[in-house]
Design a protein around this ligand. Structure first.
Ligand SMILES: Nc1ncnc2c1ncn2[C@@H]1O[C@H](COP(=O)(O)OP(=O)(O)O)[C@@H](O)[C@H]1O
Ligand SMILES: [Mg+2]
Length: 254
């Protein structure tokens, strides 16, 4: 069976997809699991934050095109292993228009499963081909959302996309849960939105994680300094929250 493959998806940008992959990868790695992060965003944010070289080395683009073996593109970093991405990845959508374009990443991931316990995929914003590839390659998906109205409005569309992939491309895909990010217990509006999100999630049959991730400057600091957040500041609220989320996932057998 090999690695559990988990992608972090939502169409909205700036909600914490990359932060979540970065932090969860660090938390699982700290627990001595073998972890790989795959950067599927042409902005290369995960690559940067993990200190991977995305200029002079093979990237996920080369892997998806089949011009290098997946293991050749892996870089061993402090935080976890990484397959980086750069801006070239954005052209793949135009290069592949035929059948099987949804399976490019899955074919690569299949060859890596035996080497890891967890593979995290950092998806780009939007629900285009790269996101579809991420979902097709995954066993689980985590949906981060901010406690704001736009995130709430986006939930139904993400859910629809995931159901579509499940039905047509990847029946084993499961939604691990919705993750509330930048949570502030004292915000009345935030709490109202979370209340509505709970109703929606109940209707759609997707759980919201018990663990909510609080606003925590240490998370963005660690990313800009290219540090493993669990080493940078293991007692910062955000890092503790991600550690709790990691434990919640493990308790759910993920
Ligand atoms: N819980 C948090 N506390 C503080 N800053 C956060 C938190 N989550 C994300 N950020 C910051 O918000 C910005 C957007 O997050 P990011 O993970 O890049 O979003 P996405 O990948 O969805 O576009 C980044 O600067 C990141 O460091
Ligand atoms: Mg990102």
């Amino acid at each position: 069976m090999g690695a559990k493959v988990i992608s972090v998806i939502t169409q909205k940008g700036g909600v914490g997809k990359t932060t979540t992959v970065n932090a969860l990868a660090s938390c699982y790695h700290r627990k001595k699991y073998r972890v790989l992060g795959i950067d599927m965003d042409s902005q290369g944010n995960l690559s940067f934050s993990a200190g991977a070289d995305n200029e002079n080395n093979a990237t996920i683009y080369d892997v998806m095109k089949g011009s290098v073996k997946p293991s050749f593109a892996v870089q061993h970093r402090d935080m976890c292993d990484i397959i980086p991405a750069n801006i070239v990845l954005s052209s793949i959508e135009l290069e592949y228009t035929g059948a099987n374009r949804e399976y490019l990443l899955r074919n690569a991931v299949t060859q890596l499963r035996d080497l890891y316990d967890y593979i995290f995929i950092d998806a780009p914003p939007g629900l285009g081909m790269l996101t579809v590839n991420s979902l097709t390659a995954s066993d689980y998906v985590i949906i981060p959302m901010l406690p704001d109205i736009f995130s709430l409005q986006g939930l139904a569309l993400v859910h629809e996309t995931i159901e579509h992939i499940k039905k047509n491309l990847n029946p084993r895909l499961q939604i691990a849960g919705i993750m509330i990010n930048k949570f502030n217990a004292r915000s009345r509006l935030g709490n109202e939105i979370i209340g509505t999100a709970e109703m929606i999630s109940e209707n759609l049959g997707i759980p919201i994680f018990d663990t909510k991730i609080r606003n925590s400057i240490a998370l963005s600091e660690a990313q800009s300094l290219q540090y493993d957040c669990t080493k940078y500041s293991r007692y910062a609220t955000g890092v503790k929250d991600y550690m709790s989320l990691c434990e919640e996932l493990i308790a759910k057998n993920i």
